[in-house]
Design a binder for this molecule. Structure first.
Ligand code: CA
Length: 516
């Protein structure tokens, strides 16, 4: 009898503890502006990312993950809430995220998860991150070296400001590892958002990578000298070209202002000789653009090399401690980026390079190693996916869908066949960053229809025959039936997603979103 009671107690205890153990940990690794065409697992022609590739090799690579609004803060707000910008209220950079609203970390926390965010937050400093047991985040964009950070050790909202010395990508990783080693409550599963500033503009490499690629030429994209023929005013009138928009600081012709004396010395030893050679060459015209491309892309890839090294440190730690067995590891970035494509850097447009997000997910025992998914998925799906992984009920007002069936290799028959996009950051009478016109659009497996609604210009692309989106088919007669179908699909999606007619408008008389 006594033995039987004891065994019941033991089995209850083991039962409870094995339930906790069964719920997987979630490690969300996130970068800023990392385009998938700068990852070797996506077929990059310009760099190698061996550690990110480990996640793809051990898990699933999503070929068609798209953001709903291709810019930093808004993408983060979508991920927090599982809702489009017009529902979570964060339309453009400079907005302040309403942290009192429902978010997936809050729901995980309520379900017993220990939640943490370390690194870039970029949803405003007006309130500390909410829904986290621990946060240690950059202030705003955060510099590449010696970042001031805000730490809240218990989720109370009291933040301590700490300025750290070193390279930010390394520091964020050190802090994430420190939290994994000694910050965790081992009786509970965790969800850690480990989020880098890199490889955001101005692409300042770390001390270990300042001369990487010095002796090689990086291949140029085939449309570096795009003339925007067949495209409309939006593509022609933007302010994000490698040729004209980049500043001396972007191009490292002047050093970053935040380096200390020792860092500056290392920096100048690397860039000084390169800059002197550039001055001596006296380049003009296309040759100058080609030089700027090389300078830009090498710095961008150097920043990624540092991210890759650091992700390797974290993956090693998970492997060595055995945590890897029950941890879902996700890699993504808030949007893609132009790597000289169309002559550009930056993002914002619904064209493929900035609309597409990298997405790798490894879930031991669930995702088949080395598998590839081509369904249309989105950052609006992330919150629901994380809740589903944790076995937490998904609220009805979230607007995405859980990727868990896809991770199991079983795409539901009713999975989305089209994806809705909307970008807002253009203020009619004020100069806004990069001057990309507001637009919305729809993408299907094969086609994309975009409406620059303030100027009522349309663009249609056949992604099968024109994956680089160089030929706008909108005016061509043979596509008129298709265009009507895609317009009807936009109307359907705007209704389904409850997009208001004046979504994100700051003008007194907003141009109508509605299709005329
Ligand atoms: Ca970004």
């Amino acid at each position: 009898m006594r033995i039987s009671i004891w065994s019941t107690v033991v089995s209850m205890f083991l039962g409870a503890s094995s339930f906790a153990a069964e719920r997987p940990n979630i490690l969300f690794i996130f970068t800023d502006d990392h385009a998938s065409h700068a990852m070797s697992c996506y077929g990059s022609k310009i760099n190698e990312t061996p550690n990110l590739d480990r996640i793809a090799d051990e898990g699933m690579l999503f070929r068609n993950c798209f953001c709903t609004n291709s810019i930093c803060g808004p993408s983060r707000a979508v991920i927090q809430t599982g809702k489009y910008s017009h529902k979570n209220g964060f339309y453009m950079n400079g907005d302040q995220f309403d942290g009192t609203q429902q978010t997936f970390p809050k729901l995980l926390q309520a379900a017993g998860y220990q939640t943490a965010v370390i690194g870039k937050w970029h949803l405003g400093e007006h309130m500390p991150p909410q829904g986290y047991s621990y946060s240690d985040v950059l202030v705003g964009q955060g510099p590449y070296y010696n970042p001031p950070m805000l730490r809240d050790v218990d989720g109370s909202g009291d933040q301590e400001r700490i300025k750290r010395t070193g390279y930010t990508t390394d520091i964020i990783t050190d802090l994430a590892l420190e939290w994994l080693k000694s910050g965790r409550d081992e009786s509970r599963p965790f969800m850690l958002m480990y989020q880098h500033k890199a490889p955001h503009r101005e692409w300042a490499p770390g001390p270990d990578h300042l001369t990487m690629y010095d002796d090689v030429d990086i291949p140029e994209p085939d449309n570096l000298f795009d003339d925007y023929a067949t495209r409309g005013r939006a593509a022609r009138e933007q302010d994000m070209t490698i040729a004209t928009t980049m500043t001396p600081r972007d191009l490292k012709l002047v050093p970053p202002p935040y380096l200390n004396e020792e860092q500056l010395e290392v920096w100048n030893a690397a860039y000084g000789p390169k800059n002197r050679a550039f001055e001596k060459a006296n380049l003009e015209g296309d040759d100058l653009v080609r030089w700027k491309y090389q300078r830009y892309i090498k710095d961008y890839l150097r920043c990624i090399a540092s991210v890759d090294d650091n992700v390797g440190r974290v993956l090693d730690y998970l492997d060595e401690t055995g945590l890897a067995d029950n941890t879902v590891v996700i890699y993504s970035s808030d949007q893609g980026f132009y790597l000289g494509d169309h002559g550009w850097f930056d993002k914002r447009f619904m064209y493929e390079e900035s609309y597409r997000m990298p997405l790798l997910i490894k879930w031991p025992g669930v995702t088949e190693p080395g598998s590839v998914n081509t369904d249309l998925v989105s950052n609006v799906d992330f919150a629901e996916t994380f809740l589903d992984i944790a076995g937490v009920d998904i609220p009805g007002d979230m607007q995405g869908a859980s990727l868990v069936p896809l991770l199991r290799g079983e795409t539901p028959d009713d999975w989305r066949k089209s994806h809705y996009y909307q970008y807002y950051e253009f203020l009619n009478d004020r100069r806004t960053a990069h001057m990309v016109r507001r637009h919305y659009g729809v993408r299907t497996a094969r086609y994309k229809l975009i409406h620059f609604y303030n100027i009522d210009e349309w663009e249609l692309y056949d992604l099968a025959s024109d994956p680089r989106e160089m030929r706008n088919l909108y005016g061509e007669p043979q596509y008129q039936d298709l265009i009507q179908d895609l317009k009807a699909e936009i109307v359907r999606l705007q209704e389904e997603l409850e997009v208001p007619d004046d979504a994100g408008s700051v003008e007194p008389n907003p141009p109508s979103l509605k299709i005329r």
